[in-house]
Ligand binder design. Structure first.
Ligand code: FES
Length: 101
């Protein structure tokens, strides 16, 4: 498991975010994907086999970091910096759409 540069550094958290409803400390400069690596339970399950998935590439290529951020599904967590009060929820299954394809 990767260890965040922020977590355990002794630096006081810059903000609080909510991960699956739980208050979670976060630091300026951290991404949603980085936070997911600190909290593996925030990851998602594969839509194919249900296997646990966590962020991998950290640069917008693998899509293993998909999460629901402030109610918007399929956000690539590695491209989204955390901010005060952000709500991050694990994504399960495919993204729901509000229109017919
Ligand atoms: S970690 Fe690969 S796309 Fe986000």
């Amino acid at each position: 498991m990767l260890k965040s540069l922020f977590d355990g550094s002794g630096k006081k958290p810059d903000m609080t975010v909510y991960v699956n409803g739980a208050e979670t400390p976060a630091w300026e400069g951290e991404t949603v994907a980085g936070l997911m690596l600190r909290l593996p339970e925030a990851g998602r399950a594969s839509t194919v086999g249900g296997d646990p998935r966590l962020p991998y590439c950290q640069m917008g290529v693998c899509f293993e970091c998909l999460a629901i951020v402030d109610g918007v599904a399929s956000r690539q967590g590695c491209l989204v910096p955390v901010r005060q009060g952000m709500r991050i929820d694990s994504q399960h299954g495919k993204r729901e759409t509000t229109y017919d394809l």
